[in-house]
Ligand binder design. Structure first.
Ligand SMILES: Nc1ncnc2c1ncn2[C@@H]1O[C@H](COP(=O)(O)OP(=O)(O)OP(=O)(O)O)[C@@H](O)[C@H]1O
Length: 597
């Protein structure tokens, strides 16, 4: 379990290109663009509500001075009307921006997941599942909070701040000058603190992803954790990660608090200064008490707006930190690219050719898993792959399915290089039945339908019967509708294999890639699986990673692999004499396979 290793300085974002701010804006912008009308509505309602609020104090001051004498009702109605406009426009503004935010985030989340689904397995070797899950869930959620909780208030507060400043400037330029002098200090403060908050938020999210990875791995391997009594060790690793995340959060909160306090102190110092100046002006008859009150209202608006800008700024920075992690996923380049102008797959029965293929896994550049390998698998042939553990047998399957591309040489299907075929056509030519088939937590029907989602009920039933899966599915409480549990936990090994065979039968591929199970099944299940496999292998090219004597005996051709090279090929009886590696393998591996004798 990799997480049991020290990874104090592990960065889950390692290896990804850093996103520039402009690229981020461009990516998010593409998702926002379709909602231009709603955004225009948002800006209009924001301006309307801010305008109404800005007019109120001035009108009130006028009303207080004049209202008592005449036009009382008119003044009251106008003030009430303005209040109503402010309320309604404010509500509309919040509704529109929240709606747009939610939509954009939902689209973004789906787009990121779809993109991740298409990435080559090489991408996932460098990242942990927990990290990807946390990016899709918590980071998107944080980004959403920033977008929906901070964005609606930030522009409003900016408009309010500017608006207040302008009215104040008209009312009393001297006092306003005092304010303008202080603005650069505020901006400087927000900028520097904001940058740090953003960094801390990103790191906190990385820690959260580490946590996700630990939970994921230990729950998946709970039996191993418990049987090795590693509960307290895993618990301690988790606790350490939680603590380091907490420390980051503390630092972020302290910074945020400091920023708010500093903003508040600066602003109220300003108001104190204004009062001093205001009183002086009243004494000298330059200002009336009502005017000073109105002026102070605007100063308050400006103060509240500044505080809310500083808060929104903090939120936004956190959102940007999380956004970087989400968009890095969307930005991840797929090492396996679809061809620009794919060649249609010619008709055929599944002829495969390897030409001087060299391949190493991306994580192990110095270890060649396949070395200058050339061979042809004739259409309709049954070929057995044998070789010691680590010889490269499964790797050949990975290359055929284009999970990875070889670094040199090429692989051809029906004479066309795999890289020239569309991924859809290429993969539809193959079906894989592995030792440990993957069953999804869905019904038996859905699991079988994975082979061909458009299949009819009768076809699913026929496939289940041919795969000898119907025998046990029939006895399950809800037949094909029975939920099979996470990773098919409710089924036995043989049953899982038969579901996988039914799935492959339904797909009806040109080429079957079969990794024979090494673990013994009980003889009844074994018989059912073998007979299902025989049926599945009929009339198509079959490549089997062989562990049974019966398989190698019946194979048209056997390829013996060692260290990624072909070290022998031929029929079983010939290889026993010609290929010492094969003879040794046969002695140790197949001859113990008594069931096949
Ligand atoms: N995802 C991977 N990343 C890096 N190296 C890998 C990866 N998968 C396999 N390898 C390495 O590539 C080599 C070939 O592995 P492969 O799984 O193809 O062997 P195999 O013949 O199928 O073995 P087995 O019979 O044990 O399944 C081995 O040295 C293995 O360690």
């Amino acid at each position: 379990m990799p997480y049991l290793e020290e990874r104090g300085d592990a960065k889950s974002s390692a290896g990804e290109e850093a996103l520039t701010a402009s690229r981020m804006v461009r990516i998010v912008g593409a998702y926002v663009r379709p909602h231009g009308l709603a955004l225009a509505g948002f800006f209009a309602s924001m301006l309307l509500s801010a305008g109404a609020l800005l007019l109120l104090p001035k009108l009130m001051a006028t009303a207080i001075v004049q209202g008592a004498q005449r036009h009382e009702w008119r003044v009251i109605v106008v003030i009430f009307g303005l209040g109503l406009v402010w309320t309604l426009a404010g509500a509309l503004r919040n509704f529109l921006i929240t709606w747009v935010g939610e939509r954009v985030m939902a689209d973004l989340r789906t787009a990121v997941f779809r993109h991740v689904l298409g990435l080559s397995p090489a991408f996932f070797e460098k990242r942990r599942t927990g990290d990807i899950i946390s990016r899709l869930l918590t980071d998107v959620a944080l980004l959403k909070t920033a977008v929906t909780a901070a964005l609606p208030y930030a522009p409003r507060s900016i408009v309010m701040l500017l608006g207040s400043l302008i009215v104040m400037l008209v009312m009393d330029p001297a006092m306003t000058l005092l304010v303008v002098l202080l603005v650069p200090f505020l901006v400087l403060l927000w900028r520097s603190v904001g940058k740090e908050i953003r960094r801390l938020a990103r790191e906190t999210q990385d820690r959260l992803a580490d946590l996700g990875a630990v939970v994921e791995e230990s729950i998946n391997g709970i039996r191993t954790v418990q049987s090795y009594q590693s509960e307290s060790r895993v618990g301690a690793i988790y606790e350490n990660l939680v603590r380091s995340g907490l420390q980051l959060t503390y630092r972020r909160l302290r910074l945020g608090m400091g920023m708010s306090v500093a903003t508040g102190v600066i602003v109220f110092l300003l108001i104190a200064g204004m009062l001093r100046l205001g009183f002086h002006q009243i004494h000298s008859g330059m200002l009336t008490a009502a005017q000073l009150t109105a002026f102070l209202f605007y100063a308050f608006f400006a103060a509240i707006s500044s505080a809310s800008i500083s808060e929104a700024w903090g939120f936004l920075q956190r959102g940007v930190g999380a956004g970087e992690r989400v968009l890095a996923l969307l930005n991840a380049v797929n090492p396996i690219q679809e061809p620009q102008d794919p060649v249609p797959l010619p008709a055929g029965k599944g002829q495969v050719e390897f030409r001087q293929v060299e391949f190493h896994y991306p994580t192990r550049p110095r270890h060649y898993a396949i070395q200058r390998l050339s061979c042809t698998i004739g259409a309709g042939q049954h070929v057995a792959l044998v070789g010691p553990s680590g010889a490269g047998k499964s790797t050949l399957f990975h290359l055929l399915l284009r999970f990875y591309d070889p670094q040199a040489g090429e692989i051809l299907l029906e004479g066309v290089p795999l890289t020239r075929l569309s991924m859809q056509e290429l993969r539809s030519a193959f079906a894989v039945v592995s030792q440990e088939p993957v069953i999804f937590s869905a019904s038996a029907r859905e699991n079988i339908l994975l082979g061909r989602p458009s299949a009819t009920e009768t076809e699913v039933m026929e496939a289940a019967q041919a795969a000898h899966a119907w025998e046990f599915l029939r006895t399950l409480p809800e037949g094909l509708d029975t939920q099979l549990g996470e990773r098919g936990i409710t089924l036995s090994g043989g049953q899982r294999q038969r579901i996988a065979i039914a799935r492959a039968l339904l797909k009806d591929p040109r080429i079957l890639l079969l990794d024979e199970a090494t673990s013994a099944l009980d003889s009844e299940s074994e018989h059912a699986v073998q007979s299902a496999l025989t049926r599945l292998g009929k009339n198509r090219t079959t490549v089997t990673i062989a562990h049974r004597l019966s398989t190698v005996r019946h194979a048209d051709w056997i390829l013996v692999l060692k260290d990624g090279r072909i070290v022998g090929q031929g029929k079983h009886d010939d290889l026993l004499g010609d290929c010492p590696i094969y003879a040794r393998l046969a002695k140790h591996q197949f001859l113990t396979d008594t069931k096949a004798l």
